[in-house]
Design a protein around this ligand. Structure first.
Ligand code: SF4
Ligand code: SF4
Ligand code: SF4
Length: 383
């Protein structure tokens, strides 16, 4: 396999890998330090340097080993954990609790996340008002910056956002890696259409009820972020739903199937991101000349984005999140990162390098704040 990677130009020498890492090194340094590292607070300086080194070491190894997914996943999972830690930490500081009251909603004290976007559109169009007030809590994004960030990311990365940008995806990605072999081997690919049904349902119900119904009733990530105070049968039912969905779709099923079941079967934003794959310049391509139809790529794909029929037809479906797991698994280098308009089997190395630079830079910059503040908390606790 190493020889295949070397001949394809994906596995590079130590020196060349360093050279490829240099632009990432400089940009992330400028971004994380603002050009002026501040060493007056040792814990903050150490946290910043650790995050900076982590990001660049992972990127270096992507080039040095020619593998993508395992290094991407490390940062993606750390991002998800650190976001939850930072969010909970900030909420405990601001309101001394992970739960919020109706007054907190009215005072716009609820952090806004990208999963709300599909529920805002219809109410915003009809009522000219935003149904989910967001605010900056300890540096969390407000509505306009979050929408803008998500728009840019999805236009450039398409559903790549679901493996390189989303601060929730690391949860089921992480749990899907716990077992070496799946206990449940087959779930019908038809379930991957479920997020579209959820999307239609929450967009319509949010417009009718003028409230974000997904956040209020279904979002599994309430279990690791913030939730409504349990003061009635209704709020207790909601808490039960959040915990059950988190336990079932984010923990149990990913462990048993080795697939990202929350992202594959529930998230309405995943459906929106799937559609955005139609416009992104980056794709995955299958070189039919090189493919032996061994179907290893189908087996490893965590998002049910590949079927045997797709492989036979030499195309990757719109559900692909560009995680790179199939690329790493293919011993023939037949499935590879590509650019729209460039034929399969050509410019594999250039396409991979360009995609990795753009997507990894996005993830590094987007995750830096929460990772640094998590390390800061950790170092303050230790020292
Ligand atoms: S499917 Fe939803 S939760 Fe999963 S990574 Fe995509 S946007 Fe995030
Ligand atoms: S793993 Fe590679 S060779 Fe096997 S089916 Fe997939 S693309 Fe073809
Ligand atoms: S097709 Fe490949 S890159 Fe796309 S989601 Fe599946 S494993 Fe990841």
């Amino acid at each position: 396999m190493d020889k295949v990677l070397e001949s394809a130009g994906m596995k590079k020498s130590f020196g060349r890998s360093l050279l490829y890492t240099l632009p990432m090194f400089l940009i992330t340094f400028m971004f994380m330090t603002g050009g002026k590292p501040n060493f007056s607070d040792p814990a903050s300086a150490l946290a910043m340097m650790t995050a900076f080194l982590l990001v660049n070491v992972l990127y270096f190894f992507m080039h040095y080993t020619g593998k993508t997914d395992r290094y991407r996943a490390v940062l993606f999972i750390i991002f998800a954990l650190s976001l939850s830690y930072t969010l909970i930490h900030n909420m405990l500081e601001v309101r001394k609790s992970m739960s919020f009251s109706q007054a907190d909603i009215l005072e716009c004290k609820i952090p806004f996340c990208h999963l709300v976007i599909p529920m805002m559109i219809l109410p915003a169009a009809f009522t000219k008002s935003i149904i989910f007030p967001g605010s900056i809590i300890g540096g969390f994004a407000n509505i306009s910056s979050m929408v803008l960030l998500w728009l840019v990311a999805t236009v450039v990365l398409g559903r790549g956002f679901c493996s390189w940008g989303c601060f929730y995806g690391g949860w089921d990605d992480g749990f899907s890696r716990i077992r070496k072999k799946p206990v449940i081997k087959k779930i019908s690919e038809l379930w991957r259409w479920m997020p579209f049904a959820v999307l239609i349902m929450v967009a319509l119900t949010s417009a009718l009820a003028l409230m974000p119904t997904y956040c209020s009733w279904i979002c599994p990530f309430k279990a690791v972020t913030e939730f409504e105070q349990v003061t009635s049968v209704e709020s207790a039912t909601k808490a039960g739903i959040f915990l059950s969905l988190f336990g079932g779709l984010v923990i149990a099923l990913p462990v048993m199937t080795r697939k990202r079941t929350q992202c594959s079967f529930l998230c309405p934003m995943g459906a929106v991101n799937t559609l955005s794959n139609k416009i992104t310049p980056f794709t995955l391509k299958i070189d039919k000349q090189a493919c032996t139809e061994c179907l290893k790529c189908v087996e490893v794909c965590p998002l049910y984005a590949l079927t045997p029929e797709d492989v036979k037809a030499g195309k990757v479906s719109l559900f692909c999140s560009r995680c790179g797991k199939c690329v790493d698994a293919c011993s023939k280098r037949a499935i590879h990162y590509g650019i729209r308009g460039i034929p399969a089997g050509t410019m594999k190395n250039f396409s991979r390098n360009l995609f990795l630079f753009v997507s990894f830079l996005f993830m590094a910059i987007f995750s830096a704040g929460s990772i640094i503040s998590t390390f800061q908390g950790l170092f303050k606790f230790i020292f």
